[in-house]
Design a protein around this ligand. Structure first.
Ligand code: NAD
Length: 497
């Protein structure tokens, strides 16, 4: 009998038999290892009701107590991060060291949220008018929905949940149905740390659960991360229902290599950022823009490094694991076929790779295309797999034009030793996160994460200062204590006095 992954509602697992379930695979063997409950609308209602109940006391819990609890959770997560990394690898497929890195980036956000007493300070103006003081406070928005993608089953929930809870909100988390166990493990750690029942709930499932959250009048804000079409849908539906929504979408991240760049460093970066996590990262580099004349040399250096990559089961000593599902592997493979058909030069072919893992694992090896055209689907679409495209351009101006014409604007990098060119790039590029000789410029937890254009719908980026803004409402209070000398009726608008 396969284990059932269940909803976590108000501090315990829901043992009611689910009406619908989904399969969870071990991508390195291709075997079904578990099943996951798919929430019906009534399950979401139950979770939201418990979150709303918990909100009544949690929003009034002192900052000191919230902070103590966050520190306790941070300690537990730090102690158990190895276990969490293994859980991620067993369902996602990424290599264990990469999964550990994901948890570490999540942990940073917990550490940021530990500082909530300082972060949530409002403003105060004494004598804004004579004997009139004004102060502002930031209050929680209420019940928050968090909907996360498969590719970071721990980090993305940790971008949102600690900050939302620290601000006094309660949460219903709907993780990806492809690798749902990490969310339950994290929820149990919160419970162990002393989080009151109902402050964090986890419902599993698919569009049914997402739609129920988007329609529920008690859910006041939604943080979403996933593909662009779903992000757009979540943003439009959620805001249409009167909620705050931040919806982070897909990406096509370009790495520009200028003629003066150190090509060995650039090739190392392209391979690491292109094939880490099998290219299933929203900040993965998928398009290398080689400015003439570096193309031939750069492609040769990238191919040389790719030949040394070991592909296999993420629990073994290898560089790159399988893709998340057979369907996704087949979709990515179809892009490789399409690239060949469109006339791009296939330099390294990952189809038919020999992997150190199960015969039925969802394998596709690192693949490199050169002379890719901007009209080819391997360039226009987010592939989300280990496929790197090299595009050649005659100049910096042509590179920036290509980038700014692309509908996505998540991350980008430029490799150069010319500070002036790098600075100009920073200023001109229409992308939310920019790396200067840094291939994956994911902002640290005390900045905020977010792309531009079709990579993010909404006004607030994720975590950091934007995250706190998103999870709070500002209230401004104007105060005057009775003073007999200031009595009297005055229907005019107050003057400067
Ligand atoms: P996805 O859009 O398929 O799923 C994301 C979430 O939405 C999941 O919880 C899923 O159950 C739910 N969902 C799927 N289809 C839905 C529908 N039709 N209606 C309502 N809900 C639906 O994304 P994914 O495949 O899990 O994740 C990969 C994608 O996420 C990539 O496009 C990647 O670029 C993107 N991503 C973006 C960021 C970022 O910060 N911008 C970070 C990580 C991943």
């Amino acid at each position: 009998m396969t284990d059932m992954i269940r909803h976590w509602i108000a501090g315990r697992f829901d043992d009611a038999p689910p009406q619908r379930t989904g399969k969870v695979f071990d991508p390195a063997t291709g075997q079904v290892t578990k099943r996951v409950a798919f929430a019906a609308e009534s399950d979401v209602d139950a979770a939201v009701a418990r979150a709303a109940e918990a909100l009544k006391t949690w929003r009034r819990t002192s900052l000191a107590k919230r902070s103590t609890l966050l520190f306790a959770f941070r300690e537990l997560l730090n102690q158990r991060k190895g276990e969490l990394a293994e859980i991620i690898t067993a369902e996602h497929g990424k290599v264990v060291s990469d999964a550990a890195g994901e948890v570490q980036r999540g942990l940073e956000n917990v550490e940021y949220a530990c500082g909530i007493p300082n972060l949530l300070k409002g403003g105060f103006s004494e004598n804004a008018s004579t004997s009139v003081d004004v102060h502002s406070v930031r209050q929680p928005v209420g019940v928050v929905g968090v909907i996360s993608p498969f590719n970071f089953p721990a980090m993305v929930p940790l971008w949102f949940v600690p900050n939302a809870i620290a601000c006094g909100n309660t949460v219903v988390l709907k993780p990806s149905e492809k690798d749902p166990s990490a969310a339950n493990f994290i929820a149990q750690l919160w419970h162990e740390a002393g989080l009151p029942e109902g402050v964090l709930n986890v419902v599993h499932g698919d569009k049914v659960a997402v739609d129920a959250l988007l329609a529920h009048p008690t859910v006041k804000a939604v943080s979403f991360v996933g593909s662009t079409p779903v992000a757009r849908y979540v943003y439009e539906t959620g805001t249409g229902n009167g909620k705050r929504v931040q919806a982070l979408g897909g990406a096509k991240n370009h790495m520009v290599v200028l003629p003066d760049a150190d090509l060995d460093l650039a090739a190392d970066a392209a391979v690491s950022a292109g094939f880490g996590s099998a290219g299933e990262r929203c900040m993965a580099i998928s398009a290398v823009v080689a400015v003439d004349p570096v193309g031939d040399e750069l492609v040769a250096k990238i191919a040389e490094r790719m030949a040394k990559l070991n592909i296999g089961d993420g629990r073994r000593d290898c560089d790159m694991g399988p893709l998340v599902t057979a369907a996704h592997r087949d979709r990515v493979t179809s892009y490789v076929d399409a690239g060949v058909a469109a006339g791009a030069k296939l330099v390294v072919d990952g189809r038919g790779v020999r992997a150190d893992g199960g015969a039925d694992g969802f394998w596709l090896g690192p693949t490199l295309f050169d002379h890719v055209g901007t009209d080819m689907s391997i360039y226009t679409d987010e592939i989300f797999g280990p496929v790197l495209s090299v595009l050649r351009v005659p100049s910096y101006d042509a590179a920036i034009e290509m980038l700014n014409n692309n509908p996505y604007g998540n991350g980008t990098a430029i490799f150069t030793e010319n500070g002036g060119a790098a600075r100009q790039y920073c200023e001109e590029v229409e992308v939310g996160m920019v790396g200067l000789n840094v291939p994956i410029p994911v902002p640290v937890s005390y900045y905020s994460f977010g792309g531009w254009k079709d990579s993010l719908f909404g006004d607030a980026h994720a975590y950091g200062p934007d995250g706190l803004q998103f999870y709070t409402r500002t209230k401004v209070v104007t105060t005057r204590w009775p003073d007999p000398s200031h009595g009297g009726v005055n229907l005019g608008f107050p003057q400067n006095n």
